[in-house]
Design a binder for this molecule. Structure first.
Ligand SMILES: *[C@@H]1O[C@H](CO)[C@@H](O)[C@H](O)[C@H]1NC(C)=O
Ligand SMILES: *[C@@H]1O[C@H](CO)[C@@H](O)[C@H](O)[C@H]1NC(C)=O
Ligand SMILES: CC(=O)N[C@H]1CO[C@H](CO)[C@@H](O)[C@@H]1O
Length: 580
């Protein structure tokens, strides 16, 4: 359990979080004293049934984050994990929403919430308002026998009740219909959670009793650390298997709260309890979907995955399944109401009905890749001479591996030599199987893809960018003989291209220290021998240079004074090999 928080005063935390909703501007306002988030009145709004929900804080974005067009009209917040008072709720019902078409109060099945919301509803009714209350208990985590009088609790599936009833209310339907659709949704809904840890409430002492052991998962744990049905060490597939069994097994006398029929559509909601990475939630969603299909033949008509109802930063998730059933009101079906637009921060279901219904399963399988096939350029070099020079240069890089590795062990992480060797071996193999053609563009382009596939890390990317730029440069230089002057021009253009992607310049102790002098001297002398010698000298002079970029920056000590930069040295070896 992590007891580290940015805000440790729970009162300030709840109040400021509620305030934040008015900053992100959801056309909502905050009643500070009663901790109510409500939709701002708007003179042109058509009256609709108002929907109020709420409960303890710590479940964000439920409930305050669900207030806005298409969902809740107001949410009442208690302190963390504690019901709001009946007086706060009464204020919300009687004076923070439009009561002209009636009010639906939806609450989750917790003793304190049911009592306080119930008391407020009775008071409002006594005062003559049309109010209905719906209690949601979607959790199947604790079976009938064990739950006894406590009954089923409400968890993340409740959000679907809010969404569907909110959409019907937004269509202007009357209170009895809105309440009835909320009950219909709740009656066809099951959820179950699982967590790896209890959560810590900011400002409270850490309770160590009851903590889960490493690797243990509590199946059916509630959103306030309530115990579930069992604790065990389970891998995700087994865990999901167990959870789906609790949701779907029609012969489980202790559960089987909804009889899912194969003829009915199903909505799947995967909810993050607050502390699961988005990446892991994706992995969980995929596992759930796969088991639903293979074991139960269920392909959900909608799959929603995200953070809808948390338990603070709970390291867990819940699975909810809604059986889609028909209703008799003059409005879209449950799925249509689910898809209807809503302007609230807490609801995230960005996919539109038309996209879902298109069921587009097309993929791109076209494997032709224009970057792999270079067209001949007419820029020529002597193929057999180029082949033998390149072969020698690559062999020299391979031979230099122990030396480069030693330098990199002193000033880097030791992998530079191996990386260069892997690239050189790859190119060597390629040109022995596909000898150079003598067309500069075709030959360099062929090497680029080998380099891209064999070299990784920063230097792999630098070489790949440089060589791609070289192909491009040659292509712009027309046809004819690839003289040293043409090579110089192309190399110079490639240096410029490379410099757009790396700030490395001579003096920074990188491979650029060997590259620039080679290109410059080739331009001045048209003599590759002198150019290679200049690269060797410059690489040697990196001894003693302080690295401001690249591999050596993070390595301390004085090693940089004794050895050259391994990347520069490796490249110099290549140039020297060309001239052998
Ligand atoms: C809520 O809990 C009570 C017991 O407190 C139980 O009798 C009832 O069936 C539960 N309601 C729902 C909707 O699950
Ligand atoms: C789905 O289930 C309900 C009740 O279990 C049933 O009335 C309905 O006809 C079923 N089929 C469809 C397609 O909704
Ligand atoms: C942050 C932000 O956009 N706030 C705006 C919210 O809406 C009110 C009016 O409804 C503006 O005055 C705020 O600037």
């Amino acid at each position: 359990m992590s007891a580290k928080h940015f805000v440790n005063d729970p009162t300030h935390l709840v109040n400021s979080a509620l305030h934040s909703l008015t900053l992100t501007n959801l056309s909502v306002a905050l009643d500070v004293d009663s901790k109510i988030i409500y939709r701002r009145p708007s003179p042109n709004a058509t009256p609709q049934v108002s929907i109020i929900s709420g409960g303890g804080s710590g479940h964000e974005p439920s409930f305050a984050g669900m207030v806005g067009q298409g969902m809740l009209s107001a949410a009442v917040a208690g302190t963390i994990f504690a019901s709001p008072s009946a007086e706060q709720i009464r204020t919300a019902i009687t004076s923070r929403v439009d009561t002209s078409k009636g009010v639906l109060v939806t609450v989750m099945n917790y003793t304190g919430d049911v009592l306080n919301f119930g008391m407020a509803v009775e008071k409002a009714k006594a005062a003559g308002l049309a109010v209905e209350m719906v209690v949601v208990g979607d959790d199947v985590g604790v079976g009938r026998a064990k739950a006894g009088k406590v009954g089923r609790r409400g968890i993340a599936g409740t959000v679907l009740v809010h969404k569907i009833s909110g959409a019907l209310a937004a269509l202007g339907r009357p209170l009895d219909e809105v309440a009835s659709i909320a009950r219909l949704t709740a009656a066809n809904l099951v959820s179950v959670g699982a967590s790896l840890e209890h959560v810590h409430v900011p400002g409270r002492n850490i309770a160590t009793e009851g903590a889960l052991e490493d690797g243990e998962v509590e199946v059916g744990m509630g959103i306030h650390n309530e115990p579930g049905s069992e604790r065990s060490k389970l891998e995700l597939p087994e865990l999901v298997g167990k959870m789906l069994e609790q949701l779907l097994n029609p012969t489980d006398k202790d559960r089987a709260f909804v009889n899912f029929k194969s003829s009915n559509e199903t909505v799947l909601l995967i909810n993050n309890l607050g502390g699961v990475s988005v990446l892991e939630l994706g992995g969980i969603t995929a596992e759930v979907a796969s088991q639903l299909e293979t074991k139960y033949g269920i392909r959900p008509v909608r799959t929603l995955s995200g953070t809808f109802m948390t338990s603070l930063n709970g390291l867990g998730f819940s699975i909810s399944l809604l059986q889609v059933v028909p209703h008799k009101f003059d409005a879209p079906g449950l799925v249509g109401l689910l898809d209807a637009s809503a302007e609230v921060v807490g609801w995230s279901a960005p996919i539109q009905t038309s996209t879902w219904e298109a069921k587009n399963e097309a993929t791109r399988t076209d494997s032709s890749d224009i970057t792999q096939e270079a067209k001949p350029s007419g820029l020529k070099m002597d193929a057999s001479m180029a082949q033998s020079s390149l072969k020698k240069a690559l062999e020299r890089v391979i031979a230099a591996e122990p030396e480069v590795t030693r330098y990199d062990t002193v000033v880097g992480d030791g992998d530079c030599g191996i990386g260069l060797k892997r690239g050189a071996e790859g190119v060597l193999k390629h040109i022995s199987e596909h000898p150079l053609t003598g067309d500069v563009v075709v030959d360099v382009a062929a090497i680029v893809s080998v380099v891209e596939n064999t070299m990784d890390g920063t230097s792999g990317a630098l070489y790949a960018i440089f060589l791609n730029a070289l192909v491009h440069a040659f292509r712009t230089l027309g046809s004819g003989d690839a003289s040293p002057a043409v090579w110089h021009k192309a190399l110079k253009l490639s240096n410029e291209a490379l410099s757009k992607y790396t700030p490395a310049r001579p003096g920074d102790r990188t491979l650029v220290d060997a590259l620039y002098p080679f290109v410059d001297v080739l331009g001045q002398t048209s003599d590759i021998k002198q150019a290679a010698e200049a690269a060797r000298k410059a690489a040697d002079e990196t001894k003693g240079m302080q690295a401001s970029l690249g591999r050596s920056v993070y390595v301390g000590g004085s090693g940089y004074q004794e050895v050259p930069d391994p990347g520069a040295w490796g490249l110099a070896c290549f140039f020297l090999g060309l001239t052998e």
